[in-house]
Design a protein around this ligand. Sequence first.
Ligand code: GLY
Length: 382
Amino acid sequence: MNTDILEMIRWNEMSGHAYAQTKKAIEDMGSLFKPTNSERNFYMPSENNEWTNGMWTGEINIMYELTKDECLKAKALEHVDDFMERIMTMRSIKNHDMGFLYSPSCVAAYRLYGSEKGRDAALKAADYLISRFQEKGEFIQAWGPIGDSDCHRLIIDCLMNIPLLFWATEETGLEKYREIALKHFNTSIHCVLRPDNSTYHTFYFDPDTGKPLYGATHQGNRNDSAWARGQAWGIYGSALAYRYTKSGEAKAVFQKTLDFFLEHLPGSVVPYWDFDFDDGSDEPRDSSALAIAICGMLEMSDNLGDSSLREVALKLLPPLYEMCAVKDSSLSNGQLLHGVYCKHTPTNSAKNRGIDECNTWGDYFYVEALMRAKNPLWQAYW
Ligand code: GLY
């Protein structure tokens, strides 16, 4: 058997399990959504009121694209109604997570099914996102009330929210979205990237002058450590910025953040939740960080036509599948085991949540990686 056929059999096995898991979760969630993370590997049905809900809809959209199962399309469109209601009523909206929420759900529904409601909801979300832009410091404020001086900061995760703004400019012809996306991107990369190519999770600014103050962490192990998922947001976020801007700076940031990530992966491949930890550690891993990084690499290899980068990314997928993918629905209704949402340490401000559990974004980026592995021409929702 040649290697292409072997790879195809492997891919069919992976996507077969993924489809079964999506169907199982649809049955279990009913008209509600997956919550941020599982408990003992099972998600319980939850309201659409977290930053992660769009990624549950995104998982359904990807599985629809792969299988053309009409029940999935119907479910995804049902979700669009809820996302429209959410933005109209500003229910659990007051943060920067508009891209995570509205790109894989509503932008996707517009592209895949021609949903005008999806388009309108996503544009409303983009309008709200630009309202969080801080002129002093030139960044989009992550959390907290606008104008609250304790909250005058950005976080690296927001690189995944700004593609919604690039999309909004393409869709409407209005430059205001793209201008803010570019300013936020420039500010972010000049603050969060360290000389050794690791990244800060969050960066504070002086609320009176906008002067960059200092980097810190919320979810990493230490202020100066490299939180694995933050590093992965940097990889994928800069690959997406490159797609929309073709800027040499975005390409350089992609390469630097990726170099650090790959150089610090453990021999067992799936990273621990912070790069402070390596093989032999008792700390949990964060499978979602690897899924995100694979997607970022596949995005960039498509942008650059770089087949060797694609090869590196595709080599990471089987170990992720072996160690983390769910292959038996009686053990979990998620896709990807062994993620970490937040782990409290003496020096971070996070509370313990979703430790060694499935999480909605890990599930989403895993199925996105499967889609990208199969179809390099896939049009991303971001
Ligand atoms: N964007 C929040 C997280 O990655 O946990």
